[in-house]
Design a protein around this ligand. Sequence first.
Ligand code: TYM
Length: 333
Amino acid sequence: TLRVLTGIKPSGTPHLGNYVGAIRPALRSSALGSVDAFYFLADYHALISTHEPERVQRSTLEIAATWLACGLDPQRVTFYRQSDIPETTELTWLLTCVCGKGLLNRAHAYKAALDKNAASGAEPDEGVSAGLFMYPVLMAADILLFNAHQVPVGRDQVQHIEMARDLASSFNHLYGPHFTLPEAVVEAQVATLPGLDGRKMSKSYDNTIPLFAPPEQLKKLIFGIVTDSLAPGQPKQTEGSALFQIYQAFASADESAALARAYAQGIGWAEAKQLLYERIEAEIAPLRARYLELMARPHEVEALLQAGAAKARRSATPFVQRLRHAVGLRPLV
Ligand code: TYM
């Protein structure tokens, strides 16, 4: 059976980009029934960007409750917290030792940090932790530990999955065919959801729309999405319109075509924003209600995560023993 795996980093409140880029496509594919799905909270990864323990814990609960509210069925999906699977860090080391340093030098997130330092005249690696540099190897371990075939993600994660493939083939080449080569699955419609300012919606740009913002706040944020200053009655362009792109991520093809016609006929921005608000609210409102119920019962969420971790380890533990043996270490019993 097809194995599907994806994770979200608990370093803040989940936003619409996480929902349309990862959560919704992942849950659609696992609803098909014939897939073996692994969805997790990447809290080891969160430590790279936040050093606030309460924030990691709070965000872990929020993202776990989000997955469940969006329809994850813990009976059918292996749903867990990354740090409950210590085999992940052990595999990270085995992969680190087959990973060329040059491969990591080319990672987008690391290069972006170098560029930023170059622009401000700082030392090249200033503020860059070794954790940030190693990020792709930890992520490869997440994926390869469960031999996932497909990884549903937004476009920003594609390079990481290609690196996981590279590491899997290097390891297989040296030690035999232990790993499946994973592939990224990106929904074309929503590959990169724009945020309030038109750039990629991202916690680091502070331009996000929280997935479960209360209705009034959701509306206020949507009314703050950047547009040009054309008046009602003047034809508008869909090309490059963040508002239109977000609408597309929530609407059917027919509804999007109707909005495109309204743009050409000069719909006013306030009216277009009202349509977007109603479309998102219609999809999110029932999920938000379940989310609030779950947030009031953190112990139940925690119990589900622990049961999920036990299930995940039933395959991870023997697999890492096999890998230890393959590289010449003594398997632990
Ligand atoms: P993270 O937590 O930054 O984002 C989680 C998921 O949301 C997607 N996403 C977006 N998709 C479309 N438009 C956007 N504006 C947008 N913003 C975020 C991301 O592409 C991602 O799919 N490194 C990962 C977490 C991770 C992981 C893994 C994922 C750790 N191990 C193994 C898959 C497999 C991350 O930081 O995602």
